[in-house]
Structure formats: C-alpha cells, structure tokens
Design a protein around this ligand. Structure first.
Ligand code: NI
Length: 170
C-alpha cells in the first residue's frame, strides 16, 4: 500500500519517534513493504516512518531507486556510532518537495541498527548512503535537513511554504 507523504508543517515530523520493541511480526513486515512501496512511488532514496504519519523508529533506504535488490536497507532503532570525513552536496526530502539545499555532512558513517527480526548489526556507508543514514536517523529524532542550513535560507523556504499553504498547494 502506498501511503501519502506527510509534508513539512505536520508536527509528527518534528517529534522523537518511538522505539520498536516487537519484531518478526506480520505487522512489521507489512509496514516495511509499505514503506518501500511508498518510497519508490515518491521516487525517494530514503523514507522514515514519521513521513507516512507513523511515529516509530524505522526507516528504509535504497540508493539504487529500486534497481538493485541488494541495495535495500531497513533501519530499525538506528544509532549513528561513528562518522568521519566531510562531504558537501545537495540534499532534499520527500516531506519538503521542490526544495534542495547544500548540506555539509560526514563522508563515512557507521550505523548500529536492528533488522526486521530484531537482530542488531552495524553497517557503514559512504557518500550518498552515508548521507541517507544521517538524514533518516535525524527524521526519527524529529530533525529535518533544513536545520543545518542558514537561518536566512530556512526562513525563505518557510515563507515559500506558507504561501503554498495559502494557495492550497501544500
Ligand atoms: Ni527526509
């Protein structure tokens, strides 16, 4: 099932999501399938559960946009445990459609996370994948990428969004 994506302004996006405690259930499998389906439908490389209105600590990532099965990653209760280096690049978010900004992030990131069965593992990503680990883990902590840009740029985005809301286009 494809969920509509929650847009900036909805408080669920700025709330700390709840830890997942039940694993290996049909409900969790269904949620994971629905999250991948919703992410592909929206043409994103990552999606966190709060973005479909579910305040739980789970996110899906696929930097191949559905091209390679082995690139599908599910993060449950993820924690960033190591970062190194720096990268500059444009970042966007399905909850802020139409906007992209340069965001400086670490180049290499290691995340400790659980899988659908509750097994804990660590995985390291670089470049786009590192960015996705950080961006999606931030979502679960109620943080959006626009918190990393200048106040001036952020206010401009907020102003544009207010206008879109008034026009019924957000
Ligand atoms: Ni996002």
């Amino acid at each position: 099932m494809v969920y509509p994506i929650v847009k900036y302004g909805n408080p669920v996006l700025e709330k700390k999501a709840q830890t997942i405690t039940e694993f290996d259930t049909p409900e969790l499998s269904k949620l994971i399938d629905d999250m991948f389906e919703s992410m592909y439908a929206a043409k994103g490389v990552g999606l966190a559960a709060p973005q479909i209105g579910i305040s739980k600590r789970i996110a899906v990532i696929d930097t191949s946009l559905g091209e390679h099965e082995e690139d599908k990653i599910v993060l449950i209760n993820p924690e960033i445990i190591h970062t190194e280096g720096k990268q500059n690049g444009e970042e966007g978010c399905l909850s802020l459609p139409g906007f992209r900004e340069d965001v400086r992030r670490p180049l290499r990131v290691t995340v400790r996370t659980q899988d659908a069965r509750g097994k804990t593992f660590e995985t390291t990503g670089e470049e786009l994948l590192a960015r996705a680990f950080l961006h999606e883990t931030d979502h679960l902590n109620g943080r959006l990428y626009i918190s990393y840009i200048s106040t001036l740029k952020r206010d401009l985005i907020k102003r544009k969004i207010r206008r879109l809301v008034k026009q019924g286009e957000w």
